[in-house]
Write a protein that binds this ligand. Structure first.
Ligand code: TXA
Ligand code: MG
Length: 319
């Protein structure tokens, strides 16, 4: 693996160019987006996109997100761009919103796991945007972690998980948002939320009633540490004997004396909580603690997206 270090705000195109050339040659390149690091390959090359599944250990039935620039001809990826899609794009791209809609026939089946819909987003991170400009065509990229492990928010996380199996790691430092994009499916005039994220769409129906297969990534066990993990209701008290590690907030009530306590941040600053969540989960996982308990924020909006990730990390176990 070759590591290319770039300035996250003002990347130099000449420094990034070898990463783009690797993508165009069919290789695997991990790169920062505003949410988490992505593991990218040419979306229109089924062999290259297939290597992503192998590298991650990802099941072939879990489709990838295709990354584009907002001004590209989107009729190359979607079967059609409807007014509802145009509104979402105008309001939220570039940014952490993924749109699922009917796919263009040229999108390989391996990318969509055989579905007739495709997930597409235009990242706002300057490094991701410049890499796409240099590649000049859509890049398929899931989060750059081993399947079902915690998503990577720093280059070191990617190197630990996938260093042995990728060609290039573009190191642009920690990612600013820290949790994965909001995913919305456009079904006619109806928007269905498939995954909550930092973009809160009030006009959207929640996907709770959607069949579980609608968003395969919504498997209950996902984003999980190796250490047994539970979620604690917001404001709840942990009465179990320690020592394990409680990940909590500045205003957490009476953390038990015999537990290690790691403060994630303040519920008044959820941006910072989202940014730190995965790095803290990974760091605590590596301490060898016997058990992890993560308190939920109990706050709507971004808090609900954070809580979604915490419940998944806990495999659905909430105390
Ligand atoms: O922020 C993000 O979205 C990051 C960065 C790298 O862009 N990517 C990301 O990808 O989180 P991944 O693969 O870890 O999660 C993508 C989710 C998966 O849960 C997948 O099942 C869902 O998107 N997805 C992809 N295509 C879909 C489709 N056609 N219909 C429903 N869900 C889809
Ligand atoms: Mg993922």
């Amino acid at each position: 693996m070759r590591t290319i270090v770039v300035d996250p705000r003002h990347p130099d195109p000449e420094v990034l160019r070898p990463a783009a050339e690797t993508v165009l040659a069919g290789g695997l390149v991990a790169f920062p987006t505003e949410t988490v690091y992505g593991l990218g390959a040419r979306a229109f090359d089924p062999v290259a996109a297939g290597r992503i599944f192998e590298a991650k250990g990802r099941p072939a039935d879990d489709p990838l997100i295709v990354h584009v620039r907002p001004h590209w001809d989107l009729s190359r990826v979607f079967a059609k761009v409807t007014p509802a899609m145009e509104r979402l794009i105008a309001d939220h791209w570039p940014g952490p919103l993924t749109i699922v809609a009917e796919k263009h026939p040229d999108i390989p089946d391996v990318v969509t796991a055989g579905r007739d819909t495709v997930a597409v987003r235009a990242p706002s991170h300057p490094v991701a945007a410049m890499l796409l400009d240099l590649v000049g065509e859509p890049v398929a990229a899931p989060s750059a972690n081993r399947f079902s492990y915690v998503s990577p928010t720093d280059a070191a996380h990617v190197a630990t998980d996938l260093g042995a199996v990728i060609d290039v790691l573009v190191d642009g430092g920690p990612t600013p948002v820290g949790i994965e994009s909001t995913i919305v499916a456009v079904e006619g005039d109806t928007l269905v939320l498939l995954r909550p994220g930092s973009i809160d769409l009030p006009e959207v129906e929640t996907g709770e009633d959607a069949p579980a297969s609608a968003a395969p990534g919504r498997l209950t066990v996902h984003y999980s540490p190796r250490t047994p993990t539970r979620a604690l209701s917001a404001g709840g008290r942990l009465t179990d004997p320690g020592p394990g590690t409680l990940i909590a907030y500045r205003d957490t009530v009476a953390p038990p004396d015999d537990w290690n306590v790691v403060v994630l941040g303040s519920r008044d600053d959820l941006d910072s909580v989202a940014r730190r969540l995965y790095a803290v989960l990974r760091a605590v996982d590596e301490t060898g603690t016997s058990e992890i308990v993560v308190e939920l924020t109990g706050v709507p909006g971004l808090g609900a997206a954070i809580d979604d990730r915490i419940v998944r990390a806990a495999g659905g176990r909430v105390v």
